[in-house]
Design a protein around this ligand. Structure first.
Ligand code: KG4
Ligand code: ZN
Length: 340
């Protein structure tokens, strides 16, 4: 079964062709990072316009790269939410037009269903249920993935998402956008115990997250240095200490979720899942308790359309289908993606 995946929820215009939910025939991502970098974050209107310019060339490139035609597809899977509404609208409109013109059925995919499906592209050992930590620029959520379309939310951030915290701290330190990759890199030269930044665990037993206090602590620390020209070693120490605080909380809550539910498999997905310290620490913590840990390769952690096509494969197989009246939704809780 061949699925054309389309993803435009944020600042990547992406299309991919995946065979049987597993074999990536093509995976094209046109990133807008440079466009937004000068503003220090994503400008929704700029993102929508860039998606409009890029969407058809990206889809053509994905089909060409797969050596298949649109009519060879069994399904067109598109991210319908959550995300920036103007950005989502471009992908959904293109998918509808292609579906109408070709007669290939359409399936709307939740962006988080996409992230969690990235693991199926690489591992045929993963079985349901599993604990899912989705960590990205917009999400820090814990789920019990009982089945496809059987998602139970266990916890979520009460303020900033982990990726958002990375991006804000990077902005504060003048490190540019996006912040995750650069902090990850600089932290390697720093001492994670140099500065005692707070770990917010919230009420006893809560699986929710909060990163705004940590962000404020970093801001206060930087202000306290009273210089705009922080020496490189100190920047590295701030990055390493901030990262250690984020990673400690993410790892503890995820392992707690596995303990509470008695589920032995853990999946970490989303852009922040490419973070080297998180990968290392989560793997060590899970394995110390004899749990299995699955994290997609870094290239499949950030937004792409192969993951959307993989989700489309499973959802289409289960009978989920979307009509041409499908509309994107900026807020689309995963738990609301009911069984067909
Ligand atoms: O999943 P994604 O590509 O887009 C969203 O759905 O939000 O995630 C983007 C986020 C950004 O906040 C970026 O700074 C963060 O993922 N990120 C990282 C790393 N690479 C990307 N955060 C920490 N370490 C990284 N290596
Ligand atoms: Zn994402």
């Amino acid at each position: 079964m061949l699925v054309l995946g389309i993803e435009t929820s944020c600042d990547e215009t992406a299309a991919a062709v995946v065979e049987d939910g597993r074999k990536i025939l093509s995976n094209v991502v046109s990133t807008q990072v440079e466009l937004h970098a000068k503003y220090g974050g994503i400008v929704p209107e700029v993102a929508s316009r860039a998606h409009i310019e890029n969407i058809m060339p990206v889809i053509h490139e994905a089909l060409e790269g797969s050596r298949k035609g649109l009519k060879d597809m069994d399904s067109i899977a598109v991210t319908m939410g959550p995300g920036l509404i103007g950005a989502l609208l471009v992908g959904v409109s293109a998918a509808k037009a292609l579906s109408y013109a070709s007669g290939v059925p359409l399936v709307g995919v939740n962006h988080i269903e996409g992230h969690l499906s990235s693991i199926f592209l690489e591992s045929d050992e993963i079985e349901l249920p599993f604990i899912l930590l989705v960590v990205s620029g917009g999400h820090t959520h814990l789920y019990n993935v009982k089945s496809y379309c059987g998602y139970e939310k266990l916890g979520q951030t009460r303020d900033d998402a982990a990726g958002e915290a990375y991006d804000k701290v990077a902005k504060l330190l003048g490190l540019g956008y996006p912040g995750g990759p650069v902090i990850d890199m600089l932290a390697k030269a720093g001492d994670p115990s140099a500065i005692k930044f707070p770990r917010t665990y919230l009420d006893n037993g809560s699986l929710d997250f909060s990163f705004s206090g940590l962000k404020t602590a970093v801001m206060n620390h930087v202000r306290g240095l009273k210089t705009d020209d922080i020496p490189a070693k100190q920047v590295a120490d701030i990055c390493a200490s901030f990262q250690a605080a984020v990673v400690d909380v993410l790892v503890k809550k995820t392992v707690d979720a596995a303990r509470k539910t008695g589920i032995n498999r853990i999946v970490v997905a989303g852009g922040v899942a490419s973070n080297s310290a998180l990968r290392e620490s989560m793997t060590a913590a899970a394995e110390a308790e004899g749990r299995r840990i699955f994290i997609p390769s870094p290239g499949l952690c950030s937004d792409n359309a192969a993951m959307v096509a993989a989700a489309g494969f499973y959802l289409h197989g289960m009978g989920r289908a979307s009509g041409l009246d499908m509309n994107p939704q900026a807020n689309l809780p995963l738990e609301r993606m009911k069984k067909p």
